[in-house]
Design a binder for this molecule. Structure first.
Ligand code: FAD
Length: 387
């Protein structure tokens, strides 16, 4: 039984959405059982073939218009794919990055030719995507990137390096944030579309050794004079990259808040189940008043967070989610998630520190949510600007 039992919002009360959720849940259960996910954790990456399986089952490009090979859904279908993944413990598979962060760049900003060329393959899983913004010396201060894409004949030459890139080993389609005019700040930035197959001068670096997210192939990427065709500037016009990025960030931040929210729900569920079964001093752990008080507090704040997140989703569906509200959701819900997971781990005692237990892995995996997608300090700056 769910611990946080806020009624399903009206926008999700739709038979077609319920049928889709059922199908996605079945897919994850059948195709990504714990044994397979365990192997991904050991390998440090999700099998490439799983992306094609997910594509064939209709989990990729769910909100991409049908004329580009997509399934013609909306953000509610994206929510289903994210929620079912967390509920079924499918770690490492960056479908939310692919579906809700990267594909929207093409759908909203791509030229007709770019959409026709890339979206169908991104929907089938023939192309796996990544977005490369961060560099060894630049993260939060994106205007200061040093990767360049300079005009050369009928195209561009890409030079520089990126780091901490999710899907770094598997991606074959990468949106690279680069300066087409190094003398400019934001106005000099463009989003370059790189197909990695046959791209001379492109190299993947190490799969990075992280604190958590064991099944994610977060990596370094290197570009040594890599040729990018002239048609592969997103939207066909140079210098629009920073504004394209800023336009998509509210959705990206809400998606991180949504992931944190389902993480809070899952952590509370496994913990209530654990403390009601584990015994000490002749009682269950649940019977101690401390356990009930702490979990009651987390349930109360988790419930408030769920209501807030649902309100943000409703705003996004109406096209009204603003930067400050999305930043508040990302900041506050990820901070709460860290606290919830930490306190839930404590109730598991030594078992909580074991990687065999979901709560132990959650503890390691959740920490990054306060850093990526714009750190929580940057979120506070954005919130403060609205006052
Ligand atoms: C697992 C993982 C996956 C990632 N995936 C991707 C990806 O797919 N693509 C990608 O491009 N990047 C990715 N990143 C990078 C991530 O987005 C950056 O780490 C993040 O944006 C922060 O940048 P930074 O690490 O350079 O921190 P820095 O910018 O160096 O900041 C360091 C600290 O200073 C604080 N700080 C910075 N500026 C200010 C300020 N003005 N005021 C107050 N405090 C400030 C920050 O909040 C932070 O706490 C990933 C990182 C990880 C670890």
């Amino acid at each position: 039984m769910p611990v946080i039992d806020v009624p399903q919002p009206a926008f999700m009360e739709d038979e077609e959405i319920a049928i889709f959720a059922d199908a996605v849940g079945k897919f994850y259960k059948q195709q990504a059982p714990e044994k397979r996910v365990h192997k991904w954790r050991e390998d440090g990456q999700v099998e490439r073939g799983f992306w094609n399986e997910a594509g064939a089952a209709g989990l990729l490009g769910v909100s991409v218009p049908t004329e580009y090979g997509g399934h013609g859904g909306d953000f509610r279908h994206d929510i289903v794919v994210i929620d079912q993944q967390t509920q079924n413990g499918v770690e490492g598979f960056a479908a939310s990055l692919h579906n809700t962060i990267i594909l929207p760049y093409l759908v909203r900003h791509g030229t007709e030719e770019q959409k026709q060329k890339y979206l169908p393959k991104l929907v089938t899983g023939d192309l796996v995507s990544a977005i490369a913004m961060s560099e060894p010396d630049v993260g939060s201060d994106l205007q200061s990137i040093t990767t360049t894409a300079l005009k050369d004949g009928n195209g561009y030459r890409l030079n520089g390096s990126k780091t901490w890139i999710s899907n770094g080993q598997t991606a074959d389609f990468i949106i690279v944030v680069a300066k087409t005019d190094p003398n400019e700040g934001a106005k000099g930035i463009s989003l370059m579309l790189l197909e990695t197959e046959g791209a001379e001068g492109f190299q993947r670096g190490k799969k990075l050794d992280k604190v958590g997210l064991d099944a994610q192939d977060t990596s370094e990427l290197f570009f040594d004079n890599v040729f990018i065709p002239g048609d592969n500037v997103l939207g066909g016009v140079e210098g629009k990259g920073f504004y394209q990025l800023m336009g998509e960030l509210p959705q990206e931040r809400l998606v991180i808040a949504m992931g944190a929210m389902t993480g809070i729900e899952k952590a509370l569920e496994v913990t209530v189940d654990y403390v009601k079964n584990r015994k000490a001093f002749g009682k269950t752990i649940w019977d101690f008043q401390n356990t009930q008080f702490v979990l009651a507090d987390l349930k109360a704040r988790g419930t408030a967070a769920r209501v807030f997140v649902n309100d943000c989703i409703a705003k996004l569906l109406e096209g009204k989610l603003d930067v400050a509200t999305a930043s508040m959701a990302k900041y506050w819900v990820t901070e709460l998630q860290s606290e919830v997971v930490d306190k839930c781990l404590q109730f598991h005692g030594g078992a909580g520190y074991m990687n065999d237990y979901a709560i132990g892995r959650m503890y390691r995996d959740t920490r990054i949510a306060r850093i990526y997608g714009g750190s929580n300090e940057i979120m506070k700056m954005l919130i403060a600007r609205s006052m």
